[in-house]
Design a binder for this molecule. Sequence first.
Ligand code: PEP
Ligand code: MN
Length: 339
Amino acid sequence: MLIVMERDCSAEQLQKVVEKIQKMGFKAHPIPGEVRTAIGVTGNRTPLDPAEFETLSGVESAIAVTKPYKLVSREVKQEDSRICVGPVTIGGTGFVAIAGPCAVESEKQTLEAALAVKDAGAHMLRGGAFKPRTSPYSFQGLGLEGLKILALARRETGLPIVTEAVDDESVGLVEEYADMIQIGARNMQNFQLLKRAGRSKRPVLLKRGMSATLDELLMSAEYILSEGNYNVVLCERGVRTFADHARNTLDLSVVPAVKKRSHLPIFVDPSHGTGIREKVGPLARAALAVGADGVIIEVHPDPDAALSDGPQSLLPGMFADLMRDLGRMAPLVGRAMER
Ligand code: PEP
Ligand code: MN
């Protein structure tokens, strides 16, 4: 249920409605909009009667939400959400580039990558310290030591950090050392992890599972919002299909579909989406053209020596060229590179 307040309702009237929802044993999620505030109600297992709320003062209307997800839907919030990560705003007209190595391997490698992507104009630094790998024998990440290296890279460059958390313990550590929590494709439906991220104060980058539908991705985001964390950025990173010319099939058609169904920003990851260095630039440009709010791109100072995802990692020079192209393209598609 969505309760739409009158334009000029008072703070007391809003509070009375919130209290009523809480007394009924449900959760109230006030959603301030440009013209009026709405309140999303979650936690009810059966449909609520709109009349119960429409008679309260300050309430304009109460509407049943028809989708299985509520708080992430456009029905509940018309305006695009803007998510702040330090000084960077994701969503709105600015286009944001996150770049860095797949994994934090050493201080030298991470600082080199961080300085290079900063010079090229990236807005945020990525790099995994906890790596969920397909094989148990592959490099699993440096863990806490990796987070400390990322924090050092932030001090050196000023770039906010996004890095993956894989369980309860690592969410706690990522919250402490980084600016944004990444939830990877393999954990998109780890509901305990989603709930934990929902209780965090840090914004979340939620990647689409490798065979997840859009509704499943939105339901996973709903887990995070329903716990009170409204700062979620979705990320398309390719799905499994029969096509074998690339690691995954980057589903760019999901971007306008997300924009129609949800107010949350959507990023595109052309690195995991293709798995092939030469394809990253073309698909990053396509992501901008199709309306994505940003891209997340793997860059490594020496991809041939990378401990993970070398074949899809750009060399710093290739990334700089790409950033220049994106900057030129952005105004043509009604965007500007975020400052
Ligand atoms: C990553 O970003 O390095 C990563 C592991 O991505 P995904 O979860 O999309 O596979
Ligand atoms: Mn990777």
